[in-house]
Design a protein around this ligand. Structure first.
Ligand code: GTP
Ligand code: MG
Length: 338
């Protein structure tokens, strides 16, 4: 066993915070077709200690989703066939069933809300769920996608939905489907959605695990809350490499939205590596990434060792404070040159 692993285990065993530690109640909502598909994937990769709730106006689609709870909305409004792209119907259906939504929200500390913005159900439902979560006193974090450029008219619908969501959510993390065209240009659209769903699923899983399980450099719920409470709009970044410099560049070149890091106010950065991941290496990675965010005053770090891993290190981060609702859901273009 490596020295670091020993240190980590010793720290965990002696950490008074980890003894009798109360884990926060985390609930994940998948809203509309895209949101529910994403939730389905989360269940598939295995989410522990997290309750999943699928919410849709499309009865048939909802029936195929694997989740802890299902809420079918708008029986008398859309008759189970979806909204046909009208977010007002999505919103009305959600408001009509507010009591049902509140029931699963009860006592939740953290609520993730995921939806593909641009359709009628997810776009209309997500802001209502977030509003109810805030009223119940939960921290609510939206993780939503914007449509591909070729989806045209859906872009405006998505922008309005994001503006509405960001009024009530503590932080709205936006992922641009177009980014998938850069990363994997030959991917068929259906597979592209799967990649995006997987990414969101891994992020929710990663942060839920991080919050609930102590590790080498620990991130807990209060750290998460502190970054997300002042969040405004945000996005995620990812990187994977054995080399520190390469990993830093990859993370900075891989935000899922064109962002100006110069405007970032906060960041939550988590790395996972094998037993050769030293504290020094971890700090070099954190330093490299945060050097590109000169105005980010609120930055929290976490690091976890998984001894079964090879030399590969993964970084996952949420960058926040990139804009607010006055931007109407629009984030400025990237300034970091890759
Ligand atoms: N991540 C992901 N996004 C999807 C998926 N399917 C569609 N989308 C995206 O989400 C947007 C909204 O589509 P849906 O989720 O199907 O729409 P909806 O919320 O069910 O709304 P209606 O069907 O109009 O009632 C689309 O414009 C796509 O950009 C999916 O399976 N995964
Ligand atoms: Mg639908």
């Amino acid at each position: 066993m490596s020295f670091l692993k020993l240190v980590e285990e010793a720290l965990e065993a002696s950490d008074p915070a980890s003894m009798g530690r109360i884990n926060p109640k985390i609930v994940v909502f998948g809203c509309g077709g895209g949101g529910c598909n994403c939730l389905h994937r989360m269940k598939h990769i295995g989410l522990e200690g997290v309750e999943t709730v699928a919410v849709n106006t499309d009865k048939y689609h909802l029936s195929g989703i694997n989740s802890d709870h299902k809420i079918f909305l708008g029986e008398h409004i859309t008759r189970g066939y979806g909204t046909g792209g009208d977010p007002r119907l999505g919103e009305k259906s959600a408001r009509d069933s507010a009591d049902q939504i509140k029931q699963v929200l009860a006592d939740a500390d953290l609520v993730f809300i995921t939806a593909g913005m641009g359709g009628g159900s997810g776009t209309g439902i997500a802001p209502v769920v977030s509003e109810l979560a805030s009223k119940e006193g939960s921290l609510s974090v939206g993780i939503v996608t914007t449509p591909f450029s070729f989806e045209r008219g859906r872009l405006d619908v998505a922008k309005e939905g994001i503006a509405s969501l960001s009024h009530s959510a503590n932080c709205t993390v936006i992922l641009d489907n177009d980014k998938l065209l850069e990363i994997a240009p030959k991917l068929p659209v259906e597979r592209a959605f799967t990649v995006m769903d997987h990414l969101i699923a891994e992020t929710v899983k990663g942060f839920s695990e991080t919050i609930c399980t102590p590790s080498m450099i620990n991130l807990d719920f209060s750290d998460f809350r502190s970054i997300m409470s002042s969040g405004g709009l945000g996005t995620m970044m990812f990187g994977e490499s054995e080399d520190v410099q390469e990993l830093v560049s990859e993370a900075l070149c891989n935000p899922f939205m064109k962002v100006d890091f110069n405007e970032a106010k906060g960041a939550l950065i988590h790395i996972t590596g094998g037993s050769d991941l030293s504290l020094k290496k971890a700090y070099q990675i954190f330093e490299g990434i945060t050097d590109a965010m000169p105005t980010a005053r609120n930055v929290k770090f976490g690091a976890r060792i998984k001894s079964e891993r090879s030399r590969m290190i993964n970084v996952m981060g949420i960058v926040t404070g990139l804009g607010n609702d006055s931007n109407n859901g629009v984030i400025k273009p990237v300034s970091y040159r890759c």
